[in-house]
Design a protein around this ligand. Structure first.
Ligand SMILES: CC(C)(COP(=O)(O)OP(=O)(O)OC[C@H]1O[C@@H](n2cnc3c(N)ncnc32)[C@H](O)[C@@H]1OP(=O)(O)O)[C@@H](O)C(=O)NCCC(=O)NCCS
Length: 278
């Protein structure tokens, strides 16, 4: 077998990359890769050998924080340093772009590799799920996003994550995909932005605001649907209150960090765009 080379992933690689990942039962990543290959803040890479894509990885520059995800190596190419090489190539590019905190969510297969590359477990994501609810005419305190919400929404996001995700917020938030909860003085207490690949970034400064959003999402999903949220271990109140209203843990995974600790509010985080971008 020829030794694979690394290069940026182009939009024309999305079909082959999607097929590689789906063919090995690691989910449907097409819409995410279409986004990543057309988003300036993303650094999508492939490993290629003999004209065939045999590995993928995506970095995302969220201001001072860089995310690493979608690291996938074809099963017959594993164990030869390719996972490490593609991860290192992304790290180099994120660091050149000024990222001082590198973050990822590790699978059990990936964790040892990342530990050897200097990442440490920071906390755990808890993915919880509930079935949907019958719709109601009007949901209390939750309304569709308007463009004038952007400054307040981005401020809340920066304070919660310690990152700059304005690039993704501006591309993905509109009146259909995003909802906000406003506080007493009209400021934004919480928001959800749904991504085309199914995730939903949710930041809320209180459990009350987050539960309103979760309930609105359950009503939008209807009794045949389901809703997922992603909280961190630090959010003790949120985990308890979601359990009270019927959410149950479906899986958990470590969030790992290399570099500077972030200035963030882990208890404000209630959902992710995905685990490759935060
Ligand atoms: C996790 C994953 C990306 C690792 O890819 P990989 O190419 O096998 O990774 P590497 O080869 O760089 O390192 C893995 C192993 O190979 C070994 N290795 C590294 N370089 C090597 C070399 N030159 N020769 C032989 N073995 C080598 C490593 O020591 C490591 O072994 P260990 O885990 O037993 O200690 C791959 O298993 C995968 O795609 N899994 C499914 C998707 C997934 O879970 N991705 C992680 C998302 S967070």
């Amino acid at each position: 077998m020829t030794a694979p080379g690394l290069r940026p992933m182009a939009p024309t690689d999305v079909d082959a990359a999607t097929e590689l990942i789906l063919g090995n039962d690691w989910g449907v990543r097409r819409e995410w890769l279409e986004f990543a290959t057309t988003q300036a803040a993303c650094i999508p890479m492939v490993a290629e050998a003999d004209g065939e894509i045999v590995g993928t990885g995506v970095g995302t520059v969220n201001g001072p924080a860089g995310w690493i995800g979608t690291i996938f190596i074809a099963p017959d190419r594993r164990g030869h340093g390719l996972g490490r090489a593609i991860t290192q190539a992304i790290i180099d590019r994120l660091e050149s772009a000024g990222c001082r905190s590198l973050v990822l969510v590790a699978t059990s297969e990936g964790r040892r590799l990342y530990e050897r590359m200097g990442f440490e477990v920071q906390t755990q994501y808890r993915i919880m799920q509930a079935i949907g609810l019958p719709p109601v005419d009007r949901e209390d305190g939750v309304r569709p996003f308007e463009v004038t919400d952007l400054p307040g929404l981005e401020r809340l996001d920066r304070e919660g994550t310690g990152e700059d995700r304005a690039h993704a917020i501006r591309r993905l938030a509109d009146g259909e995909t995003a909802k906000v909860v406003t506080g007493a003085e009209g400021g934004i207490d919480g928001f959800v932005i749904r991504a085309p690949w199914g995730g939903g970034a949710t930041i809320a400064r209180s459990a009350d605001a987050a539960l309103r959003i979760a309930t609105a999402r359950r009503r939008a999903a209807g009794p045949e649907g389901r809703v997922r949220v992603g909280l961190l271990d630090e959010n003790v109140e949120g985990l308890a209150r979601l359990t009270e209203i019927g959410f149950r843990l479906t899986w958990s995974a470590p969030r790992m960090l290399r570099g500077e600790p972030q200035s963030w509010r882990p208890d404000w985080i209630w959902g992710q765009f995905n685990h490759a971008m935060g």
